[in-house]
Design a protein around this ligand. Structure first.
Ligand SMILES: CCCCCCCC(=O)SCCNC(=O)CCNC(=O)[C@H](O)C(C)(C)COP(=O)(O)OP(=O)(O)OC[C@H]1O[C@@H](n2cnc3c(N)ncnc32)[C@H](O)[C@@H]1OP(=O)(O)O
Length: 215
């Protein structure tokens, strides 16, 4: 197995929040750029201008890049951040715009709107995107943000097509057996329930290695 490091970083929670706040509007703007790139009917000149402008800002941002992945980080106060996470990264414009909430009983939900960038069948959400949303939400539900749990088996039933637009993802722990957490979840769209899922999430015997770094 490759090295899997959860990195402790010497930043205060205020500093982490400030960094995140700096980049979140950029992430949202890049999501809008992705949708505009898909939907635009602009002519050659406008597209050439956009291409040059995007390349210019990408070069500026890339000038201070230090690593090839953002990793999972945490500080001494227990604030963790995983800005590149493909399912939820706050600075990842590829990730669906999910803001996951946890109920007092440990069940979870998220309300989000999926647009043109998440299409599979015409006007409907790509099945792999639904799987990504469920995997992420169910993983967080299993971990209760207090233990590492990895997806062991994820079973999806695509009951009805899921229209693009507003959706709700919901999950709950059904039961636990030793290191195995059984989670159930669903996705509901504007036409009603579209997917049901159950999964086994497992706390591995090995502990993720911890590495203290000073920034
Ligand atoms: C907080 C952030 C949340 C983010 C959520 C994102 C979720 C993800 O996408 S995680 C990434 C995708 N998943 C992975 O990479 C996992 C890859 N697999 C692994 O690392 C390992 O196979 C792992 C950890 C699942 C199990 O390994 P290990 O702990 O050695 O299992 P092992 O000791 O053999 O088995 C333990 C129990 O689990 C069961 N089990 C093992 N593997 C599986 C599996 N894939 N599915 C179902 N059950 C399994 C065994 O049967 C055994 O059960 P019992 O105790 O009843 O006999």
């Amino acid at each position: 197995m490759g090295e899997m490091v959860f990195r402790q970083v010497d930043l205060s929670t205020e500093e982490v929040d400030a960094l995140e706040a700096r980049y979140v509007p950029l992430t949202e703007a890049v999501r809008e750029l992705v949708a505009a790139t898909i939907l635009s009917n602009a002519d050659d000149d406008v597209v050439a201008e956009a291409l040059a402008a995007v390349r210019e800002v990408t070069a500026k941002l890339s000038a201070s890049v230090e690593t090839d992945h953002s990793g999972v980080n945490y500080n001494g106060a227990g604030r963790s951040w995983n800005w590149g996470n493909a399912g939820s990264g706050e600075r990842n414009a590829i990730a669906p715009p999910i803001d996951l909430k946890t109920n007092p009983d440990g069940s979870t939900y998220a309300d989000l709107v999926l647009g043109a960038a998440y299409e599979g069948p015409p006007g409907h959400v790509h099945g792999g995107v639904s799987a990504l949303l469920l995997d992420h939400l169910m993983g967080v539900t299993a971990s209760q943000m207090s233990r590492p749990t990895f997806t062991g088996t994820l079973t999806l039933r695509y009951r009805n097509p899921l229209p693009l637009g507003p959706i709700r993802v919901e999950g709950r722990v059904a039961r636990e057996e030793g290191r195995k957490v059984f989670v159930e979840a669903s996705i509901t769209g504007s036409d009603g329930i579209a997917l049901e899922a159950d999964g086994v999430f497992i706390t591995p015997t090995w502990s993720p290695s911890l590495e203290a770094t000073q920034n």
